[in-house]
Write a protein that binds this ligand. Sequence first.
Ligand code: 5MY
Ligand code: ATP
Length: 484
Amino acid sequence: MSCSPAIKPNSPISAAAMDPPSTNRVDSAVNAAAVDLPSILAQPSAWTYRGEGNANLVVATTMEADTDVAAMDPFLKRLGTHHVILRVAKSAHAAAADAPQAHSALDMATFITHVVNPLFPPAHLPALIPVCLPPTFLTELRDHIDATGARPAKRANHAHIDPSQPIALLSPDYARLGDHTLCIEIKPKWLFVKDSTECARPNSPPRTPSPVHTPSPVRTSSPSAGSQACRFCMHQLLKAAKDPHYAPSQLCPLDFLDEATVPDAVRALLATPHNNLRVWVDGVPVSVTAPEWSSVAVDTLCDMSNGTTDARSALTTLLTSVLLELVPVLRTLGDHQQALDQFDPVHVHAEYLALAAQSVDPPRISLDEWRHVIARYLARRAAVEAGTSPPAVDRFQLLAEYVLSMTLKDCSMLITVSKGDELPEGEACKRLPGGEGLVYRAVLLDLDPKALAKVPQWFELDGEIRAHFANGAAAGADFAGVKL
Ligand SMILES: O=P(O)(O)O[C@@H]1[C@@H](OP(=O)(O)O)[C@H](OP(=O)(O)O)[C@H](O)[C@H](OP(=O)(O)O)[C@H]1OP(=O)(O)O
Ligand SMILES: Nc1ncnc2c1ncn2[C@@H]1O[C@H](COP(=O)(O)OP(=O)(O)OP(=O)(O)O)[C@@H](O)[C@H]1O
């Protein structure tokens, strides 16, 4: 793709110098404010480990059934549930050169509220409440969680809860819904192919047509040298080349975007889950590739699927039903990823170097700047839809949009399915078609802004992924059984 002639080489970099936003969608709201962690939640031993990424660790707790959540601080009323999580920052990440710039929980909540929320339907957005923690809370929580041994070694050896962060994020526990809950977390990654609509799917075995659905026409069936592949599929090839023990994911994320190919995505996720699929039943993790599942998982899954005795096919059916419902929101996610990433990587990198050369410190994007960026992005989309000429994209806007696209390419979706005839009050739940008495909810997570200073790292990785794919294709490499 060519670079836009609309880019001005000496574009201003400060928000104050930017064009005024042509929408007030994000300006009308106020910055997030932190409230004190309610005393009922201030006992570290009441929290259990839930999960973590590179930057944050998440703990969960359930308040006593007779706790009057609605009578708590007005902010906490928004939680509307007794099942809550606390998301606390980890220290090694805070110190890393590429740590997210808006590290404080307050900034993250502000970013998500003002920059991410306008992009998606409210039903799929998390409620986040920044909370001030009591002085010794984090040290005690760190010791308590480390003592349980629940953290995976890969994470525990790397970083710990950062006791110097006075604010954390309190949120509903989106893994809990009703008494018996199937919770599925998917990490869909890149939902578009740059410069193409097709993916050669070089990472997956030759597809066998589903008995129910025929393969989608958007997918090529016989890739050839020079054919396009999506970034996820290409990255799998590189990962496998670097690590002979790595079994490439069979997933092509584009399969999430078409009802006809959702069953293919489900099959691939269950065969090679990696970090693209995680499953919990009633809060207990299920390793989908393990030969045996716990009796709780088997009973709950079978119970949810009208008493079938095969828990694996029950999970397949439930996962397929719910992902079919989520095609529209995943398309929205993919649309934004693509619209925010419209320039050639070489050009993005060059613009970054030009911006970085203007200051001794690594360039950053302030929250105020983010507000202008999202307003200008929305104005551009509105202009395109209205058929009017969109405003020019200057250097700073280009780079910030790219960072936002990278953020959206690494988010997760937490999906919960529960039995229940009644839709839980105040929850963004819907009935699951085809599933008798089942409701579901899907929330986007991990939407913190990536750091602008990561652009060179992304550029390098992108180049490596593409070069590996192109060289393999040119040499007629046999990728996972598919001759290119
Ligand atoms: O670069 P990618 O596509 O491999 O994505 C990284 C993820 O690897 P994945 O390939 O999904 O296993 C990676 O996931 P894991 O930690 O490997 O589970 C992180 O999400 C990383 O983001 P950050 O550095 O924590 O902000 C992700 O980095 P960026 O999204 O900043 O590139
Ligand atoms: N509100 C929530 N309800 C239930 N589980 C949650 C919630 N928020 C986070 N989690 C769980 O905790 C895990 C880690 O959280 P999160 O992805 O925010 O960490 P992170 O360090 O920011 O990740 P990354 O390294 O990918 O940026 C998630 O993958 C999810 O399983």
